[in-house]
Design a binder for this molecule. Structure first.
Ligand code: AMP
Length: 398
């Protein structure tokens, strides 16, 4: 992979540095921050810039306000959370462009931090509008992209702006994401084990295809596994099977056979009679062997599958995990996911958690600090692992 320039390659002393961060944090109805992991993840870049006497302008989106000013999606509360972490005030501005913003940015002193209001209060942000990109660029000498989670979108603050600033580099979080999801996977020590789960084959087909070229073993759990089991001719009861993707699953199974990659599917299951994924409720659960009886829905991998998968985890030197093994939001169907989390954390392998729901699961399991890396990206991680060049990353290479 082509290397991108990072913050350590340039001098930022006294410079106005526009940092695109990912402060798209979970919030409650009043906009209170429920989980500050993404703020914490941006701290190395922010602290480095403070120590190096830059003038720091932070910008992010929050939620999907669709070009309107929506009070609940204001970044004001994020400013106070951040201020506590960095031990100094964060000047929050009520817009991200315009004369007042320019005036504040112009008079700021070295080592100080400004947080701009939600970029997506302007529809021009997601439209990657040229004029808006120029306005953002006019605030800074240097552009730093530290928002890996937004790098799969060509928006004004992730792509457009790079065309109008003197220098564009990656921040430390972006650098780490590219290093773990890119270089470390490309140069993975063998045996390289990939564990995939989650809801849909259709979301992950590119990831499956791309990683089948690199992995020694691939384990498939979660709802995705039922489409694969159906492709193998197993009974799947009323489990979530994507009929449109049975051929896709067949192709992947065939490809794994041809390239002698071990592709393992669940051999037993936790099942239920009704599952409501909107309210996250299920009936009582029971055990099913490989073939799921009529009317039953697979909601988690069973104990024998955990044992089978566990052996592969123990034998691996590199592990990449993306997607839960079952409906882990519900206690009765969470054992598979949380046990896999524990086994991955306890293994001696270099372990990378590929973002989204698997990142949530590893955090909830309490093992997040025992793995080598947890990606902050959701969709971005999937696109990157699927082999796509992310527009926000490509923009840093130009
Ligand atoms: P993804 O975003 O594709 O990683 O999918 C995560 C979602 O898949 C979670 O909300 C899980 O509840 C859901 N999921 C995992 N296993 C199953 C299953 N067996 N049936 C239905 N949903 C599942």
């Amino acid at each position: 992979m082509q290397k991108v320039k990072t913050l350590s390659d340039i001098s930022c002393r006294g410079k106005r540095v526009f940092v695109r961060v990912d402060f798209n944090v979970p919030i409650d109805d009043r906009g209170n921050v429920l989980d500050d992991s993404r703020i914490v993840a941006a701290l190395p870049t922010i602290r480095y810039l403070i120590q190096n006497s830059a003038r720091i302008i932070l910008a992010s989106h929050l939620g999907r306000p669709k070009g309107e000013m929506v009070a609940k999606y204001s970044l004001r509360n994020v400013a106070s959370v951040l201020a506590k972490y960095i031990g100094q005030p964060v000047l929050f501005l009520t817009d991200c462009v315009g004369e007042e913003v320019l005036a504040e940015v112009t008079k700021m002193i070295e080592g100080r931090v400004i947080l701009l209001e939600n970029l997506r209060f302007h529809k021009e942000e997601t439209a990657n509008d040229e004029e808006f990109s120029k306005q953002l660029a006019s605030l800074a000498d240097i552009y730093v992209n530290d928002a890996f989670g937004s790098a799969h979108r060509a928006h004004a603050s992730t792509e457009g702006i790079t065309r109008f600033v003197q220098e564009s580099v990656a921040g430390f979080l972006m650098e780490k994401e590219l290093q773990f999801l890119g270089t470390k996977i490309a140069e993975a020590k063998h045996p390289f084990l990939v564990i995939l789960g989650g809801a849909k084959v259709s979301d992950k087909i590119k990831v499956i295809d791309n990683l089948l070229k690199k992995a020694d073993t691939m384990l498939i759990g979660g709802a995705m596994a039922y489409t694969f089991l159906a492709a193998n001719g197993n009974a799947t009861g009323s489990s979530m099977v994507e009929m449109d993707n049975i051929q896709t699953a067949k192709n992947a199974i065939q490809k794994a056979k041809e390239t002698e990659i071990k592709l393992l599917l669940p051999i037993d299951h936790v099942v239920t009679s009704t599952l409501n994924t909107k309210t996250n409720t299920i009936d009582s659960t029971s055990y099913a062997e490989l073939d799921i009886p009529d009317g039953k829905i697979g909601v988690d991998i069973g104990p024998q599958t955990i044992e089978l998968f566990g052996k592969e985890i123990k034998a691996a030197s590199t592990i990449l995990w993306n997607g839960p093994m079952g409906v882990f939001e519900i206690q009765q169907s969470s054992i598979g996911t949380f046990t896999i989390a524990k086994l991955v954390a306890e293994s001696n392998a270099m372990s990378i958690i590929g973002g989204g729901d698997s990142a949530k699961a590893i955090k909830e399991s309490g093992y997040a600090d025992k793995v080598s890396f947890v990606s902050t990206g959701g969709g971005a991680s999937l696109e990157f692992l699927g082999g796509d060049v992310l527009p926000g990353v490509e923009a840093l290479m130009k």
